[in-house]
Each structure stands twice: as structure tokens, then as C-alpha cells.
Design a protein around this ligand. Structure first.
Ligand code: SAH
Length: 251
């Protein structure tokens, strides 16, 4: 059995209880060494065979899984954050299906949640935005043309941009082609939930300059939108004049 496990955004106590338990039981662990906090590997048994997938191809990862499976062993494939975002798990699952190897997924806390916590922010503020757009700039991995940053930015919604901290100038320019202005609040969140976490806020017009000043060019998320500002409306759900299934309006 192969367990795809979300390691969480960095802090080792942000893995789920289920994920931690699977790591403790694993005979084999293949972890995404570029971002997974290696402290988590301390949960593994001493005789657990540990592989760093940052140095491996898909074929090599699959070969390790297949060999482990042939010996009836339990493998954890440890991905950063939650495996469903930029995790390249689909290609692994499809290959495992072909080989008839069973697997299951254990979710994790994505870095976009870790970043909101670090920035003490709520992405979905009434009267500001009720939508979170998770995307990235095209890099070596292309992005479909209809999903270009400028067209997504046309919504003026909350945006969380992954994998783009090394391209802040292009990102800033593309975002400004949308509904945002130079004054729209933005933030760079570097290594959310790690000891070296940094949250740097700036107006969108100064995003690239701010990134340069703080030496942030990787392992960061860019947050953009009015949710980082001061204005919003109170929630209806908790308003005294609003009845719900669980509470009668008092006014
Ligand atoms: N599956 C992961 C994302 C992997 S893609 C998740 O759910 O978070 C790798 C990108 O995620 C990095 O380039 C960076 O943009 C972002 N990232 C991962 N961990 C981060 C962290 N702790 N703080 C800020 N950004 C992070």
C-alpha cells in the first residue's frame, strides 16, 4: 500500500495525526526534499528506508514503490502542504493503477492556509471577495493561455500565487493589467510556519521592489487583494438580526 501524505507547510506539528501515524508505521518513505521539513523524518522508524524525491525521476520513485510493494511493505510518499496542489500525484496514481498497486491519500495543511495564518488574514471577507484564486506564473511548467495572471486578475478577487516568487516583476505587471491598482494591498509570505517565516506587506505597485529588498525569491506565496486592507462588512451569519437554523434573531 502506498500512502500519499500531506506534510503540511513546514512546522512539524502541522502534519495531521493520521499522517504522523502513517509516517511512524512506514517501511519506506519517499519525501519531497525540496520543501518538506526534514524534522518530520524523525517520526520514521530507525529501519525505515528514506528516499529524497528531489533527486529522483518519476520512474525512480515508481521503482522504489513497486519494489516495496512486492515485499509487502508500507510506503509513505510525503508531499509538501497538501498533495492536491502542484504535487504531481496524478501521474504517480495513474502509474500505480496500471501496476495494480493500491494507494490512499491523506490530506495536509496547504501553504496557502499556512500563509493566511502567518498574515493573520481571512481570504473571504464579506463585501470584499468571496473567491480565492490559486494559481501560478508560467515557468518551466506552462500555464494554459486562458489562465494567464492578467485575465484571472480581472476579477479583483483574492489571489494566492504559488511558485512565482522568482518572477515578481512580471507578476506585478500582469496583476496590474487586471482589476487591481498600484495601491491594492499585497503580501509576500516566505516559509510560512517555519522558524524563518517572514510576512512582508506592501502595495501591489511595490511588490517586486519589496521582494528584492527582503531577498525573497523562493519558497514564498504572493497574496493580493482587498482582504489585506482595512474595509469589509460584518458577517451576516453572526449578525444579531439574522436568524439561522441554530439561533433566533434577537433584534
Ligand atoms: N502542495 C504544496 C505546494 C507545492 S508547490 C502546498 O499545498 O502548499 C511549491 C510552492 O508552494 C513554493 O514554490 C511556494 O510558492 C509554496 N510554498 C510551499 N511551502 C510554503 C511555505 N511554507 N510558505 C510559503 N510558500 C510555500
Amino acid at each position: 500500500m502506498i500512502h500519499f501524505v500531506g506534510a503540511g507547510p513546514g512546522a512539524p506539528d502541522l502534519i495531521t495525526l493520521r499522517g504522523a501515524e502513517l509516517l511512524k508505521q512506514a517501511d519506506v518513505c519517499i519525501y519531497a526534499g525540496s520543501l518538506v521539513n526534514p524534522v518530520l523524518l524523525g517520526l520514521c522508524r530507525e529501519d525505515c528506508a528514506i528516499y529524497n524525491s528531489a533527486e529522483m525521476t518519476l520512474e525512480e520513485v515508481l521503482a522504489v514503490m513497486e519494489q516495496a510493494e512486492a515485499k509487502g511493505k508500507q510506503t509513505v510518499r510525503l508531499h509538501t502542504g497538501d498533495p492536491c496542489l502542484y504535487g504531481a500525484i496524478r501521474e504517480q496514481m495513474d502509474a500505480l493503477d496500471t501496476k495494480g498497486i493500491p494507494y490512499a491519500i491523506t490530506p495536509g495543511v496547504s501553504s496557502f492556509c499556512g500563509a493566511a495564518a502567518a498574515a493573520e488574514a481571512e481570504y473571504t471577507l464579506p463585501g470584499v471577495s468571496q473567491t480565492v484564486i490559486i494559481t501560478r506564473m508560467a515557468g518551466r511548467t506552462p500555464v494554459p493561455e486562458r489562465e494567464g495572471i492578467a485575465s484571472l486578475a480581472a476579477h479583483g478577487a483574492t489571489m494566492v500565487i504559488f511558485l512565482s516568487a522568482s518572477m515578481l516583476e512580471g507578476l506585478q505587471a500582469a496583476l496590474l493589467q487586471g482589476a487591481y491598482t498600484e495601491q491594492t494591498p499585497a503580501a509576500l509570505v516566505y516559509k510560512a510556519t517555519w522558524p524563518e517565516e517572514k510576512v512582508v506587506r506592501c502595495p501591489l505597485g511595490e511588490l517586486a521592489k519589496t521582494g528584492k529588498e527582503h531577498g525573497i525569491s523562493k519558497t514564498a506565496l504572493v497574496l493580493v487583494g482587498g482582504f489585506l486592507g482595512t474595509d469589509y462588512e460584518r458577517s451576516r451569519l453572526y449578525a444579531p438580526d439574522f436568524s439561522t437554523e441554530f439561533r433566533r434573531a434577537t433584534k
